[in-house]
Design a protein around this ligand. Structure first.
Ligand SMILES: [Cu+2]
Length: 118
């Protein structure tokens, strides 16, 4: 029960960080920071048909993101620069994106979960 509540709180924080209320049409953005070896946050929520700009940077190491399902081309994420990719999900679901560039010992476990909801 405690874990479920913590999960809910985390989801609420992520939803809040996405920004604008559902009634606005302005593009939303989400910041994701890659490091050795995780994405922070490691889970984000997007909405079907709603464009969201991902702002990707790294605080350590070169990492990558890619998702054919979400229309994210292979994108290198390196310290000192920010890559922006606008994503408009077509289909609800849970997409687990793995780091797309070999980055060392923790590479295999480096994931970003994208929860796409209506
Ligand atoms: Cu990697």
């Amino acid at each position: 029960m405690k874990n479920a509540l913590q999960g809910f709180a985390a989801a609420a924080v992520i939803a809040a960080s996405v920004g604008a209320p559902a009634t606005t049409v302005a593009a939303q953005s989400v910041d994701v920071v890659a490091s050795n070896w995780k994405f922070t946050p490691n889970a984000i929520t997007l909405h079907v048909g709603q464009p969201t700009t991902l702002r990707l940077t790294s605080s350590g190491g070169v990492h990558g993101l890619e998702s054919a399902d979400l229309g994210i081309p292979q994108t290198a994420i390196a310290p000192g620069s920010t890559k922006t990719i606008t994503v408009t999900p077509k289909k609800a679901g849970k997409y687990v994106l793995h780091c797309a560039i070999m980055c060392g010992a923790g590479h295999a476990n480096m994931t970003l979960t994208v929860d796409v909801v209506q």
